[in-house]
Write a protein of this length. Sequence first.
Length: 262
Amino acid sequence: MAGPSAVTGERQRPKAPARPPRPSPGRRLPSPRLLLAVAVLVTVLGGGAIWLLYGSEWLHVERVTASGTQVLTPDQVLDAASVPVGAPLISVDTEAIEDRLRRQLPRIDSVDAVRSWPHGIALKVTERKPVLLLEKDGKFVEVDAEGVRFATVTSAPKNVPKLQLTADRSPSLHRFGIDRLLVEAVEVARDIPPAVASRTRTMEVRSYDSISLELSDGRTVDWGSGEKGESKAAALTALMKAAPDAGHFDVSAPTSPAVSGS
């Protein structure tokens, strides 16, 4: 029981219990009929979308195109892709198409198979580019900048050096092996200055640290190993500018390059 107030001497009235808040007059729960109608509408729209994507004739594959080819032809790409014309566009497995193209056409470095709504599949191809050629039985094996041997051709592409592996009597062959020496040659091919690469006729690999170039005008370059390639490229460019009539350039030690002949 409440006692008298310390100020007035009167008894204080007990506080009335708080009333629960009245619901706001504009917020009413949707009726069950409305909820049912919304559910039916969502089901109908979802079913219609599924039918449109899979069952109708409107979104099926009607056209397949190929772009980016240089040595390959678009028809070769289309034949290897085997895109199921007439199938629902949404169901086409684009990753399977890409895997199939890379497997059947090793010249392809990368490919994107893209849905082109409403009726197309676009194949965007990037081909490998040879940086070296291995001559074998009168034909040429193309090797790209990653060391991948991706194609054999009867005619040598222009401005691609022919690789001569003459390391059969070198002690380094037992240590590194032909495949390792090929990787070293590829690294050198990547680092040769473009102006020199276009004039390089052959690259000879005698050992791991004895790689040389022969240019189309008869000049030669001692490159050494594949190490410090950027420094060697810069040194070779500077030497050729300083001594344009020299017949031989040695950049195997890029900090002390040398020239000879005229």
